[in-house]
Design a protein around this ligand. Structure first.
Ligand code: AMP
Ligand code: MG
Length: 350
């Protein structure tokens, strides 16, 4: 398949390109598009054939449900049942934005889109290109992240091109994503609202609007609990670089000493990368790649660099990766959730 590749400036959107992308979706094709979190791989959410194609093009297991993207709040009532007052409050505060909410689905949403579940995940993204695209596409775009299943999520058009060229009809490239981590997911289908996936909209931000929220223990436990996560995607190996990754946790000086010791003993044979805060970058000697993840007091920067850092490790054929811990107050939970999955729960305390 020949993939159309178009750059679109979010500040000056070329509507002829967006119109073409919308037509492709309405005719059952697939288009990758930018959002404020990561790039999405979009298809018509109400067309079962489109959803089947999404799974196929990513190599994604078909029981891993897709998020339905809308571009106008009122459209939620077409696809979701029992939109409760708490969900409405969260939408008023954080939509459009990096928040996904789960409701019982209406019959118009095909089982193919929800991975066979009777619930539907809905998000209203804030990215201007995403919003225009969703409108032109008919209002309901099903989209997982636009990466080959298992690889780190794409946060630039180039990442998407590397994974999806030749597999989908079109890629819209609007540069780098601001947030760089997938949306927060909150489930409204049980008694208490429950966070199924941490993201930019953190627990404190949710508490402020709707009070207490529960957290899926299978997702937030630091160790594998053996429980099945409620967000099906969280059970799969995800976000993973090709190399073996270890998160080193502890006081900074000890972490640096430990990693440097490992670099020395592994210097022959392995290609080693370290993911480090800016202030520590020069302290790792002898690594093949040291990725500057930014500053601890600017965790949006760390989040935005995460997947690119993992992809750079792959591009440079790194086979051993060490990462510092990035447990910042606001985004730390979302960052560490992805990092721990990328490391396959491989954490060393020093
Ligand atoms: P992504 O993994 O970013 O491609 O987005 C899709 C993810 O949203 C899935 O892997 C699930 O974790 C989650 N999700 C989507 N729909 C549902 C649903 N109905 N119930 C629970 N989780 C869902
Ligand atoms: Mg994904």
């Amino acid at each position: 398949m020949n993939t159309i590749y178009e750059k679109v400036d979010p500040e000056n959107i070329d509507m002829s390109v967006i119109g073409k992308a919308g037509r492709i979706i309405r005719e059952g094709g697939l288009v990758a598009f930018p959002t404020e979190t990561v790039y999405g791989l979009g298809g018509d959410a109400l067309n079962p054939e489109s959803s089947r194609k999404i799974y196929e093009s990513k190599g994604r297991p078909s029981d891993n449900p897709l998020i339905v993207h809308i571009a106008e709040f009122s459209r939620i009532y077409d696809i979701a049942d029992k939109v409760c007052p708490e969900a409405k409050l969260l939408a008023d505060k954080y939509w459009p934005g990096p928040l996904t909410m789960i409701f019982n689905k209406k019959p118009v949403v095909p089982d193919e889109t929800t991975g066979g579940l009777n619930t539907v995940a809905v998000r209203f993204p804030s990215h201007p290109v995403a919003r225009e695209f969703i409108r032109e596409a008919g209002g309901f775009v099903a989209a997982p992240s636009a990466n080959i299943s298992g690889r780190p999520s794409p946060t630039s058009g180039e990442h998407v091109l590397n994974d999806m060229n030749g597999r989908i009809d079109m890629i819209i490239d609007s540069g780098e994503c601001n947030i760089g981590l997938e949306s927060t997911i909150v489930d409204f289908t049980s008694d208490v609202p429950m966070i199924l996936r941490p993201g930019y909209v953190n627990e404190k931000m949710l508490n402020k609007v709707i009070g207490d929220v529960a957290k899926d223990p299978a997702v937030f436990g630091r160790e594998l609990t053996g429980q099945k996560p409620k967000a099906p995607g969280m059970k799969y190996r995800h976000y993973a670089p090709k190399g073996t990754m270890t998160i080193v946790s502890g006081e900074t000086e000890k972490v640096i000493a430990y990693i440097n010791g490992q670099i020395e003993s592994k210097a022959l044979g392995a290609k080693i990368a370290v993911l480090a805060l800016s202030k520590d970058v020069t302290k790792y000697r002898g690594a093949d790649l040291v990725v500057d993840m930014g500053h601890a007091d600017n965790d949006i920067e760390i989040a935005a660099r995460m997947y690119d850092a993992l992809r750079r490790c792959d591009d440079e054929n790194i086979n051993v990766i060490f990462s510092e811990e990035f447990n910042t107050p606001d985004l730390g939970m979302a960052i560490m959730n992805r990092l721990i999955k990328a490391a396959g729960h491989n954490i060393i305390k020093v």
